[in-house]
Design a protein around this ligand. Structure first.
Ligand SMILES: Nc1ncnc2c1ncn2[C@@H]1O[C@H](COP(=O)(O)OP(=O)(O)O)[C@@H](O)[C@H]1O
Ligand SMILES: [Mg+2]
Length: 361
């Protein structure tokens, strides 16, 4: 069993709670992504699993065993960091083999582990080179190979792709997912990059200021964000949020009126709230005719990405939202009045004070 569990774990550095009352169970063989902005406590959480930081309160379990007092080297974990510290004077082969030196393993077995790890990361042809003769991406692979040879029951990775250029990051992302599947181990992966989280994780756990905001499969978190922070952190562009006034099951936005769907009609109280709509859920229409379930707006900027456009629109209320439109659609002129049609099922509603989604109320 190599599940990892945080039971009410808090880590304080002086006044700051870097991790605040964290409860989270990472399942055996799961690929869990810890996602959040810089400083939210991701690395601290990971370091506590590794034994590099000690919880101020609470327990950390690996499998059934509480490991708070277990030495890092006895935790059966391997950690890969953003900055891959390779030994410059050793060959790739020696670098990968290094963690095995401490074990009394027959040479043939060690050689087999090294060649297996090198092969799964495409390093076979580079085994006799020194790190200086490799690209950044290859060096990061050596660091991954060095973690793999240990055959740990839990992998911990802290922003391992951050130093790679965009193209290599996408490629390595795919390889890591395949690797985790082949190794069939638990992997906890820290990133601030929501695209990595969406594409790689079985589940995503989103943190803010040391506190867990939501945990779930990527699509669930995308479709049903628990609060405004999560809604605005995930998606490119992220969810649009704008001020609205709820009144008898409808949302008033300037002169425009949107109907609330059944599940929100019951839970949204009358008064000011924050509405949310994803950019792909706005349908653009000619501005001349008022229609039900649409917002009147003015196009202020059009960004063309080739396959699609991001139409920045100012609402009556002066909030600016982004609508995503296929490049094949008619492109509105900047300054032109238009209407943004929304299916009521696609509208999110958040408490203006707490940010909590009314869908969960
Ligand atoms: N060793 C430390 N001493 C003091 N404060 C720390 C230490 N490590 C982390 N912190 C603080 O804890 C918070 C969380 O840090 P960290 O876990 O590194 O965040 P993340 O990895 O999400 O960027 C930050 O406010 C950071 O400044
Ligand atoms: Mg960090």
């Amino acid at each position: 069993m190599s599940s990892v569990t945080f039971e009410n774990v808090t880590k304080r550095f002086g006044e700051i709670a870097a991790v605040d009352a964290l409860n989270l169970e990472v399942h055996d063989h799961e690929f869990l992504v810890l996602l959040g902005p810089s400083g939210c406590g991701k690395s601290t959480a990971l370091r506590m699993i590794a034994g590099l930081d000690e919880p101020s309160e609470g327990d950390i379990r690996i499998g059934a065993r509480v490991v708070n007092d277990v030495d890092p080297k006895d935790r059966d974990i391997a950690m890969v960091f953003q900055s891959y510290a390779l030994y410059p004077h050793m060959t790739v082969r020696k670098n990968i083999e290094f963690p095995l030196d401490a074990r009394k393993q027959p040479a043939a077995e060690r050689a087999e582990l090294v060649s297996g790890a090198a092969e799964s990361l495409g390093l076979t042809d580079y085994l006799d080179r020194k790190p200086a003769q490799l690209s950044g991406g290859q060096r990061q692979r050596v660091a991954l190979a060095r973690a793999i040879v240990r055959r740990p029951s839990v992998f911990l990775m802290d922003e391992p792709l951050s130093n790679l250029d965009a193209k290599l990051r996408v490629q390595t992302r795919v390889e890591l997912v395949e690797l985790q599947r082949d190794l069939a181990t638990t992997l906890i992966y820290v990133t601030h990059d929501q695209i990595e989280a969406m594409t790689m994780g079985d589940r995503i756990a989103i943190m803010r200021d040391g506190r867990l905001q939501q945990v779930g499969p990527p699509q669930d978190v995308y479709d049903n964000p628990a609060n405004r922070f999560v809604a605005e952190f995930i998606g490119t562009p992220p969810m649009n949020t704008f001020a609205a006034t709820a009144e008898a099951g409808r949302l008033l936005v300037g002169e425009s009126v949107l109907q609330l769907a059944g599940h929100l009609r019951a839970s949204v109280p009358d008064g000011p709230i924050i509405a949310g709509v994803r950019p792909e859920h706005f349908e653009l229409a000619d501005g001349a005719h008022a229609t039900a379930d649409s917002l009147s707006a003015t196009a202020v900027l059009v960004e063309s990405l080739g396959h699609e456009r991001h139409i920045h629109c100012r609402l009556d209320s002066s909030d600016v939202v982004i609508a995503r439109a296929a490049a094949s659609e008619v492109c509105p002129a900047v300054g032109a009045p238009l209407r943004l049609i929304v299916d009521p099922q696609r509208i999110h509603a958040f408490n203006g004070d707490t940010g909590a989604s009314y869908a969960l109320a």
